[in-house]
Design a protein around this ligand. Structure first.
Ligand code: GDP
Ligand code: MG
Length: 378
């Protein structure tokens, strides 16, 4: 880390010095007013500003052997050097985290509203790669707009909103019937989400909806869906094998939307991929929606996306948002993965507690604790 203190007449001049010498990645550690030095030495009466800034030093030139490709600082001849290297990596991690949590880059200091947004993102738990990509977009935005007068904060938030994908599954396909399967771990809310969608599309949007349950392994599992089907007056078929599923889909050929419930499985279940493939693989016109709980750990989300990703996933539905205080894991995961979000479930009530995922809603959930400050009521 390179650390340096600059004294200038005002903040703008000091920041220009920082940027010139340390580059745009520099972070401001402190600013304070001071008296400017006089030409003949000593301190004069004129007020100035003292800025201390730091920048992450570039790695030392790597040695020619095994450390080079990975960007390691040292070669790895022995355990002690490896230990030092691990310590350095750890220190780098701590420094990066410090930067993410406390350090907007110097160039951002020209725009206090963006500094506030940077701090909110860091505190909300944004992942470092996501933050870095956002800063790149903001920098491009600033280069493009120059000194034009418009809401920088709104535009910078828009950059964040485009860091992940959303989709309205109904609108993806124009006309024709939709065959949606719901896959995911056990107990995440697949059947409940199907019930919410069934009631909405059948009773509120007056669409012709049918239900199929492949969830036949748990005792009483299809009963849950059957109960919702009865309330909404919808046809339900319970099937056990792929052949039965094809026949059931033929029987429902006149319906506009068929919602297919599947058995829940842990992403670590060894036979998961084979089972999914045998049951659903290559069946034409099926759109697979992965259902995941916001209360799950980030690693679990990543594992589920990977394991269920043997099917071509159309979207992900996030449930139990009401049970999770921190949306950053979901947010980071979907910024980095690219799988679009379609619906967000925030409670058990059928059909009320379900929303279409929009860019604004997802961003608001992520920045929930800073909502008042970032989205003041007009
Ligand atoms: N708090 C909360 N509970 C939910 C939500 N969605 C589903 N549940 C509950 O989670 C439990 C399991 O739901 P279920 O639909 O049977 O999960 P499945 O095994 O994936 O089909 C039930 O008690 C649901 O009421 C949600 O968004 N928030
Ligand atoms: Mg179920």
């Amino acid at each position: 880390m390179k650390l340096k203190t600059y004294v200038a007449r005002d903040l703008k001049e000091a920041l220009a010095q920082v940027k010139r010498e340390l580059g745009p990645e520099a972070v401001i550690l402190s600013t304070q007013s001071c008296r400017l030095p006089e030409a003949k030495g000593g301190w004069g009466r004129r007020a100035g500003v003292e800025v201390t800034a730091a920048v992450d030093a570039p790695p030392l030139a790597a040695s020619t052997d095994n450390g080079e490709a990975s960007g390691n600082y040292f070669p790895l001849p022995g355990a002690s050097l490896r230990h030092i290297q691990e310590e350095l990596e750890e220190l780098k991690g701590i420094f990066r985290q410090w930067l993410r949590q406390h350090g907007p880059p110097a160039w951002l200091y020209q725009h206090q509203e963006l500094v506030a947004l940077f701090r909110a993102l860091s505190k909300a738990g944004i992942a470092e790669p996501v933050l870095r990509r956002w800063l790149e977009k903001v920098q491009t935005l600033l280069d493009r707009v120059g000194s034009e007068d418009f809401s920088l904060k709104e535009e910078a938030l828009r950059c964040l909103m485009h860091a992940f994908a959303v989709v309205d599954p109904w609108k993806v396909q124009k006309g024709g019937r939709r065959l949606w399967t719901f896959v995911g771990p056990t107990g995440v809310g697949k059947t409940t989400t199907i019930a919410k969608l069934a009631v909405r599309f059948a009773l509120m949007k007056k669409r012709r909806v049918g239900l199929i349950s492949l969830d036949s392994q748990r005792l009483g599992a299809p009963d849950q869906l059957a109960a919702y089907g009865r309330i909404a007056g919808l046809p339900l078929q319970v099937v056990h094998r792929r052949e039965d599923l094809t026949a059931a889909l033929d029987n429902m050929a006149n319906l506009e939307l068929v919602l297919i419930d599947t058995p829940g499985r842990s992403p670590h279940y060894p036979a998961l991929q084979m089972e999914l493939h045998q049951l659903l693989g290559d069946l034409p016109h099926l759109e697979h929606h992965l259902v995941l709980s916001a209360a799950a750990q980030e690693g679990h989300l990543a594992d589920a996306i990977r394991s269920f990703g043997v099917l071509p996933l159309s979207s992900c539905i996030i449930t139990k948002i009401d049970e999770s205080r921190d949306f950053s894991q979901v947010f980071n995961q979907f910024c980095q993965h690219g799988l679009p979000l379609s619906y967000l479930s925030m409670g058990q009530r059928v059909p009320e507690d379900l929303d279409l995922a929009t860019r604004r809603l997802v961003t608001e959930l992520f920045l929930r604790p800073y909502h008042q400050r970032l989205y003041p009521k007009k």
